[in-house]
Design a protein around this ligand. Structure first.
Ligand code: NAP
Ligand code: GDP
Length: 320
């Protein structure tokens, strides 16, 4: 989408995994004089609160918004807190999109996830299938809350002509992730567990069978694509941001890659009493490829090595 005048971009959730990656890419690729960027954390406003949300939007009066703020977590946190995932995310999304509308924001790019797609489906999954059937039961609270952003977007367009859209990334990883063993996603969880196991001379325990399959996207690649979506992508309909179907890996392969990246030398065991979650959610990146045939993803092993190196170098201050 082309536009006149400078953009003032407000990033909700600007302090998280994806938000800090966008901060880094803006430093490298930002357009001085054409774009001003403001990164919010929960300290600036609790976005579950309507008044605080409106106040922060009135304070900054953005022309554009990247909406990342959300209650986020891996499989095991989702299984425990479906109600909180549903309520918090529904409140945050309704408050943010309505505040954006009220201050006249030209474009909002929100963030969905491939884990919101139907559990029983054909593969590869594409953008048209979001509402085609129930999500996996492990994360239905998060999934339905995120699906409703797509409903918001279509309704803001229909009723007010707003260009509110969304991206659909796969499982994200990178520096500044949440490396909590209990609550985080699989790669940061395994990195933290392997780091401790190496230090303590203990085995690394991978949860579940290791057979489920996932597509992983490096936070810095996602951040670059976010900038493109904000500046150029013209549709209200969402777009999947994913590596190719051929780059999907099993959890076992992902664990092996963590072992190699960290130089872990101990035994690796699988705790099959723990849940596997959704077996796979193989997503098509055909739409992305049509728009951006030139885009090069960082090779998985390289991105994982950079993430492990960051975690080791920042162990004391990392979120865990
Ligand atoms: P994250 O690292 O956990 O960051 C979450 C961000 O949201 C933080 O900046 C946090 O602020 C903010 N936040 C949370 N609750 C808030 C509240 N009540 N009010 C204001 N701000 C609040 O998450 P992430 O992985 O970067 O996720 C960013 C987006 O990507 C989310 O929408 C998520 O659903 C989506 N996504 C993530 C993944 C993944 O694998 N991580 C995959 C697909 C989609 P504080 O730092 O102050 O807590
Ligand atoms: P998902 O991709 O949304 O399902 O969420 P996760 O990133 O939490 O990945 C969950 C998958 O990784 C499941 O198949 C788990 O059994 C497996 N897994 C293996 N070890 C771990 C771990 O230490 N933490 C997490 N979160 N998942 C793990």
């Amino acid at each position: 989408m082309s536009r006149q005048g400078p953009m003032k971009v407000l990033v909700t959730g600007g302090s998280g995994l994806v938000g800090t990656a966008i901060q880094q890419v803006v430093k490298e690729e930002g357009r001085d004089g054409e774009e001003e960027w403001i990164f919010l954390s929960s300290k600036d406003a609790d976005l579950t609160n309507c008044e605080e949300t409106l106040a922060v939007f009135h304070k900054h009066r953005p022309t554009h918004v990247i909406h990342l703020a959300a209650m986020v977590g891996g499989l095991f946190k989702n299984m425990k807190y479906n109600l909180d995932f549903w309520r918090k995310n529904v409140f945050i999304n309704d408050n943010v999109l309505q505040a954006a509308h009220e201050v006249g924001v030209v474009k909002v790019v929100s963030c969905l996830s491939t884990c919101i797609f139907p559990d029983k489906t054909s593969y590869p999954i594409d953008e048209t299938m979001i509402h085609d059937g129930p999500p996996h039961q492990s994360n239905f609270g998060y999934a339905y809350a995120k699906r409703m952003i797509d409903v918001h977007n279509r309704a803001y367009f229909q009723q007010h002509g707003r260009c509110f859209t969304a991206v659909i990334p796969t499982n994200v990883f990178g520096p500044h992730d949440n490396f909590s063993i209990e609550d985080g996603h699989v790669l940061p969880g395994l990195i933290h567990k392997a780091y401790l196991a190496q230090k303590e001379g203990k085995p690394l325990t991978v949860w579940g069978s290791g057979t489920p399959r996932r597509q992983f996207i490096y936070s810095l690649d996602l951040a670059r694509l976010f900038l493109w979506v904000l500046r150029e992508y013209p549709e209200v309909d969402p777009i999947i941001l994913s590596v190719g179907e051929e780059d999907e890996v099993s959890i076992r392969e992902a664990a092996d890659a963590v072992v190699e990246s960290l130089g872990f030398t101990g035994e690796v065991v699988y705790d099959t009493s723990k849940a596997d979650g959704q077996f796979k959610k193989t997503a098509s990146n055909a739409k992305l490829h049509r728009y951006r045939p030139d885009f090069q993803f960082t090779p998985f092993r390289q991105a994982l090595k950079e993430t492990c190196d960051w975690f080791v170098a920042n162990y004391d201050s990392a979120r865990k």
